[in-house]
Design a protein around this ligand. Sequence first.
Ligand code: NDP
Length: 473
Amino acid sequence: MSEVFQNYVNGQWQASVSDATMAIADPNTGSVGSQVPTGAPEDAQAAITAAASALSGWARTPLTERIDAVKRLAEALNHRAEVLASTIASEVGTPLKISHYVQTMAPIRNCANFVKVAEAFEWSREVANSLVVREPVGVVACITPWNFPLHQIVLKVVPALLCGNTVVLKPSELTPETTRLFAEAVHEAGFPAGVVNIVNGNGAQVGMPMVTSKLVNMVSFTGSTATGQAVMREAAATVKKVSLELGGKSPSVILPSADLLRAIKGTLGGCMLNNGQTCNALTRVLVPEDKLDEFKTLIAAEVKKLTVGASLEATTRLGPVISATQQQRVQDLVRKGIEQGASVIASVTEIPSEGFFVSPMVLEVKPDNVLAREEVFGPVLSVLTYKTVEEAVAIANDTDYGLAAAVWGEPEEAMSVANQLRAGQVDLNGAPFNPLAPFGGFGMSGIGREAGSAGLEEFLEYKSIQQPLPAKE
Ligand code: NDP
């Protein structure tokens, strides 16, 4: 067992009780990079017990002290920013520059955002003869995926801690070095023992025991819709709170009044970010039928600019996908889509032969094509056409998901379309991501919201304390 990937339980480093490991391949080369513990239910139990013991002390710790601890965590992460950026670039395949800004600095800044939100939050209020107070939910299990490993950890762990919960974190086993760096930062921040516990291992061995434990009061999960459904099912036995941030098939609606080139650039950027492995990726673009030829010419020229290469190379715009499984999944879905009638508009065929690279691709599809319906989680953009704006709205909403959307066009019309879309966030004309706005989805994209004050509130219960009414004269 490698000493590197130990669990962090009750303020101490601990090896898994199991010697079993699995090999993790380097996405840039395809060769085995590290061996990580698969973990065992006993590891999860130890972490849950520690979190349960620490709960009452942390819940009673004044907010100012909890805030100070989170500030120390942000500082410890900031000290590691450079190594975090290169580690995430290596483990996930994110191009280094994007890894620095999006994967590393954005989540570090988000710690400060949550602190501001906690400082301004209304922790109690009077409603007639009741004092309504907000209290921590309890022991929170945070289960996170590999695509934005630090970001997804911060979005859960930081607000949960600010609210006075104790945490058991199970990150993806595909990003073990990132997990280790985060655990070191937690240790350096000096949280009381048991307040933050981190367990390596896979979903079956470590994740599911957290979901089913009676001592866990809430599961905050990000990942695939299929696993999210399993989490929700299994959590039902103990009636615990569940928040789910799942997949998407987000539309980018280009209205006839749009600046077409700007819309294409924005959509392509939103689709290809992190090599297409982003839950809110804009993966379906809706184009007015009479603009399709012009669209094809313009997007082909943009796709040509996508340099595919090793994630640590400065010239790389797109790196590999994370694993052989993911590479196979993307290739299979593209093959299936083409069998169902999809036609390739543009692609990059010059890609490295070693490692888990896939060709970025833009394909014209019909609304019932698998590429118009299923989350690919790779650099694949599906193009659909429409005749009227009403039809565009109907196609955009014709999905099981509802995480994100974009609209391009004359501002008033774009706003009117945004109001008709069933999605948790809608970006108008390339507006930037707002880390303070609620993030989450309609439909099968999930339950609950992350980020900002809505993301903080997820980790709180209400308690109403009634006071006697004044005696009648
Ligand atoms: P999963 O949903 O399988 O994994 C997400 C997290 O859940 C990981 O930490 C995983 O652990 C854990 N997990 C897996 N099974 C269980 C279980 N039964 N109980 C508790 N926890 C569990 O996603 P994958 O990483 O395998 O990716 C598969 C697909 O999911 C992608 O192709 C993509 O479509 C989608 N996805 C969507 C994301 C989003 O942000 N919406 C993020 C990631 C993936 P471990 O993997 O270590 O076993």
